[in-house]
Ligand binder design. Structure first.
Ligand SMILES: *Cc1c(COP(=O)(O)O)cnc(C)c1O
Length: 354
């Protein structure tokens, strides 16, 4: 039996996607060749890249709205560099919202390029909430935020209204909920949380905000060059792009973001209800900012740890250990996580209390 995989990333993918991906590794499109041993310039792979890009625009409802889709390598962490490189003017500044370890890493990189205005931070509360009272300076070249804080289990529910271009790291909640994605000028996400294997990063960028900085940008880090080469300036990460395409197709076939959002809300509700009901558990994130993707909680009584760990292990649950900076437990319930697996965890929590 396959385990109930609550890993934060790399993380669960749909079983049928894994099956198709494994078949393509052996024999892709009946070519009698592997997907990973053909040219990225072959018609068969170019069609994969095109399809993946189309699915992204389709699912995010961004078709014909002036956006380009890139599948790059280097992870979301490389976007911490590419964003200021491509958007911060040589004498400009950027505004950042600090809601966790990933935001603060993005801030650190941006400071290499110019002035960074951290408009608000929840660091002094170990990032257990999303600051809501802040102003974005109108002369900032862009505003950067992290939609879902994978480590702390918080999620932005309402994005600010601003005339400044908005950049969002959506690594751990992209394609999980309906948003007006046209409010964003750059969206990026490492594949390995909700889309595919590690090794590719999705970047969705509004074309008209590029080319304004006056900076000389190295080719690999230049969004405009990557766009003009259709993500194939160099050899793209062919396998992660292919698996991402399969996952996006899976999502579209099941009704797109609207359909998955309902299921995601249900899964999160099941867990938060149990955490709030069961005196043995304490949620770590402020209620109004709780994430629907990463549910973080502690045991009220640490002497129950051994019993709880044994019980969930025996129930076939994997990847539940919390991040070291929060402790306790973290249940990552990305798109591909079945409701039934969440029920298994809830049942174990109930049983511990009995
Ligand atoms: C995992 C994660 C990252 C880092 O992604 P890499 O692809 O490993 O660089 C960045 N931001 C968020 C929100 C994440 O969850």
């Amino acid at each position: 039996m396959k385990k109930h995989n609550f890993s934060a990333g790399p993380s669960i993918l749909p079983q049928e996607v894994l099956k198709k991906a494994s078949e393509a590794v052996l024999n892709f499109n009946n070519l009698d060749l592997s997907l990973i041993e053909i040219s990225h310039r072959s018609a068969d792979f170019v069609a994969v890249m095109k399809k993946a890009q189309e699915l992204v625009l389709d699912l995010l409802d961004l078709k014909d709205k002036g956006y380009s889709v890139l599948f790059l390598s280097g992870g979301a962490s490389t976007e911490f560099i590419m964003v200021p490189y491509n958007l911060m003017k040589t004498d400009g500044k950027a505004a950042y919202l600090d809601t966790g370890a990933w935001s603060s890493k993005a801030i650190k990189e941006a400071k290499l390029f110019g002035e960074v205005d951290v408009v608000a931070s929840s660091k002094d509360k170990n990032y257990n909430f999303i600051p809501s009272l802040y102003t974005i300076p109108s002369d900032a070249n862009y505003f950067h935020c992290t939609s879902n804080n994978t480590i702390y289990g918080t999620q932005i529910k309402d994005f600010p209204e601003t005339d400044v271009p908005m950049v969002c790291d959506m690594s751990s909640d992209i394609f999980s909920r309906k948003l007006d994605f046209s409010k964003f000028d750059v969206i990026y996400a490492g594949a390995q949380k909700n889309m595919g294997p590690a090794g590719t990063t999705l970047v969705v960028v509004k074309d008209r905000i590029l080319g304004e900085t006056g900076r000389k940008i190295p080719s690999m880090l230049d969004y405009q060059i990557q766009i003009s080469k259709d993500s194939m300036f160099n050899t793209p990460p062919v396998f992660p792009v292919y698996v991402s395409m399969l996952t996006l197709q899976w999502l579209k076939d099941m009704g797109g973001i609207e359909a998955i959002e309902k299921i995601n809300n249900k899964k999160a509700q099941m867990l938060y209800d149990e955490i709030d009901r069961n005196p043995l558990f304490i949620g770590t994130a402020a209620k109004e900012d709780r994430s629907n993707m990463n549910v973080t909680f502690l045991l009220a009584d640490d002497s129950k740890k051994e019993a709880f760990d044994k019980m969930w292990n025996e129930a076939g649950i994997s990847g539940l250990k919390g991040h070291r900076s929060v402790g306790g437990y973290r249940a990552s319930i990305y798109n591909a996580m079945p409701v039934e697996s969440v029920q298994v965890l809830v049942d174990v929590m109930k049983k511990l209390a009995e």
